[in-house]
Design a protein around this ligand. Structure first.
Ligand SMILES: NC(=O)c1ccc[n+]([C@@H]2O[C@H](COP(=O)([O-])OP(=O)(O)OC[C@H]3O[C@@H](n4cnc5c(N)ncnc54)[C@H](OP(=O)(O)O)[C@@H]3O)[C@@H](O)[C@H]2O)c1
Length: 189
């Protein structure tokens, strides 16, 4: 399989919410001190299965927690997302200039309609972390989980997920040494 389709994402043919992330085989998305060096040391074919360029084409809005936002601010020279980005935080964090970054807190259901509206008919990407994705899933707001498993274990770190979910495997592929998986989140799980 080459490439992906995000336009068929939801059950009813409408927009969908995806948690798309890379993880270690033992289920962490960052080390305890938020390092991603273990991930960037790996080779991933950006034209291959479940690669980022094809995924981001279908995304109209991003959602992330404060740690992920702070990591991006600290590790990217410029803010690279044109889409509205919703950052969940209890703190007053600085926003990048000329970027559509919106700070919110609390129950995702209270802002979900606004998030969807900001996506302009496209899908929503929950970037991370795992607990925020879990909050969306618990509220019934997460449609799909995409995980690219890197050939590494970390032993401890920031979790891929913090909730119990029932999933249906809808796609699996190899991309270099990554195992790329895509699951549908079962309703009511
Ligand atoms: N491997 C990958 O592809 C990948 C993908 C995404 C992220 N990451 C990395 O994974 C790590 C994730 O960090 P993390 O586990 O700490 O998760 P996170 O979701 O990025 O940040 C958690 C923080 O977000 C805020 N938050 C979460 N839910 C909230 C809510 N409902 N209302 C208000 N604030 C809320 C809280 O911060 P405050 O209360 O302090 O504001 C909380 O401590 C980061 O280092 C990130 O860079 C890796």
């Amino acid at each position: 399989m080459v490439g992906i389709s995000v336009s068929t994402a939801s059950y009813d043919g409408g927009m969908a919410t995806h948690f798309y992330t890379a993880a270690s085989v033992d289920g962490f998305i960052a080390t305890d001190d938020h390092s991603l060096e273990w991930l960037f040391a790996q080779d991933f074919d950006q034209q291959g299965p479940m690669a980022y360029p094809g995924f981001i084409e279908g995304i109209g809005a991003l959602v992330m927690g404060a740690s992920t936002y702070e990591w991006l601010r600290g590790n990217q020279e410029t803010w690279e997302y044109a889409q509205p980005t919703w950052v969940f935080t209890h703190r007053a964090l600085p926003a990048p200039e000329d970027a559509d970054v919106r700070f919110v807190k609390g129950d995702p259901t209270e802002v979900f309609d606004d998030i969807v509206a900001s996506a302009g008919g496209k899908d929503v990407w929950v970037v991370g972390g795992g607990d925020l994705a879990g909050q969306f899933a618990e509220a019934g707001l997460l449609d799909q989980l995409w995980v690219q498993f890197a050939p590494v274990t970390l032993g401890s770190g920031k979790p891929l997920f913090t909730r119990a979910l029932q999933l249906d495997l809808i796609d699996v592929a190899r991309n270099r040494d990554f195992v790329c998986t895509r699951y549908r989140v079962r309703t009511g799980s």
